[in-house]
Design a binder for this molecule. Structure first.
Ligand code: PEP
Ligand code: MG
Length: 318
């Protein structure tokens, strides 16, 4: 019937056998956070703070930042909100922070790397975030984008904690960070894999070029093998690894990611019901089997088709 086709997520992400998978939302501002809360997201897995900065000719004041961050945090009282520090540069240029004349902006002084030139922008952001957390009930998990080395992971997490932000981690979106994950987790309390950039850098394919879409997919077995490496690096440290790139919103790929050891999936709120429904149709052992199928495939298309063929529920979702 029609009614049964309107899927809702009840805020209880898990596999069929009860293995919890946090299903979180990607948001950019308070309005998106409120609609994510209405969609029963279990928290925020990626707050892209640069949305508060875009179109600003200058750095916003700490007070303005506190207000922007509180608008998001207030939508998730008592819940986890993963806040990403500024990811400026490449596809997200900011006039006051990034250099538009770089020859290769995706490989340039972007994201965390801007602290080499302008460290105080990150300091202001962390100060604002600590204030916003103190004035709301949400649990802030702060992370930096484009961390490439263990020194950067150490420097960022120590700085974040010096502002009173207790849970500090990093994005894994540069291949070096995935390869060196075991070292990263000596410093990072958690990590979130940005599959959009990780795929771009593993496949050497500009994420903005639709003509390279066949390369720019996390179904590429090379990308999945690297995600496995990141999860394996975290496991001995007991640190959670999430995924917050587009891959998390693909229900079939979500089962593979859970099988690889991913603990949380963060996505656009409208993707929550389908991802939830597919995860609830399989148990953890099945996810692990599907992950094995995908990582041992030769091509992205082979991986995608082989996994989808094992998930009959996908036909019902349409
Ligand atoms: C990613 O790279 O996958 C990611 C989540 O960050 P963004 O798309 O904002 O670069
Ligand atoms: Mg990214």
């Amino acid at each position: 019937e029609l009614a049964s086709r309107v899927r809702v997520f009840n805020g209880d992400g898990a596999t069929k056998d009860g293995h919890e998978v946090q299903l979180l939302a990607n948001v950019g501002d308070g309005a998106a956070a409120r609609s994510a809360a209405e969609a029963n997201a279990m928290g925020v897995g990626l707050f892209r703070t640069e949305f508060c900065f875009l179109d600003q000719p200058e750095e916003p004041s700490v007070d303005d930042q506190v207000e922007a961050y509180k608008a998001v945090l207030a939508a998730f009282p008592g819940k986890k909100v993963v806040v990403r520090t500024l990811d400026a540069g490449a596809d997200k240029p900011l006039p006051f922070l990034t250099d538009a004349t770089e020859a290769n902006p995706a490989l340039g002084v972007r994201a965390y790397r801007t602290t080499r030139r302008d460290p105080e922008v990150l300091d202001h952001q962390l100060e604002a975030l600590a204030k916003a957390e103190a004035e709301t009930n949400a649990k802030v998990w702060v992370m930096a984008p484009m961390i490439s080395t263990a020194e950067e992971a150490k420097a960022f997490t120590e700085k974040a904690r010096s502002y009173g932000l207790q849970t500090a981690g990093m994005m894994i979106e540069v291949p070096s960070a995935a390869i060196m994950a075991d070292k990263m987790f000596e410093y990072a309390d958690f990590a979130s894999i940005g599959t959009n950039d990780l795929t771009q850098y593993v496949m050497a394919a500009d994420r903005l070029l639709s003509s390279l879409a066949d390369l720019s997919t996390a179904w590429q077995p090379a990308v999945l093998r690297l995600i496995k490496e990141a999860c394996d690096g975290a496991a001995p440290h007991g640190r959670p690894v999430g995924v917050c790139g587009e891959a998390a919103a693909d229900p079939a790929l979500a089962t593979v990611l859970v099988g690889l050891g991913v603990a949380s999936l963060s996505m656009t709120a409208r993707a929550l019901p389908d991802v939830d429904a597919v995860l609830k149709s399989v148990d953890l052992a099945e996810c692990q089997r599907l992950a094995g199928i995908a990582t041992s495939s030769a091509t992205a298309e082979e991986a995608r088709q082989a996994v989808r063929a094992e998930l009959p529920i996908l036909e019902e979702l349409g």
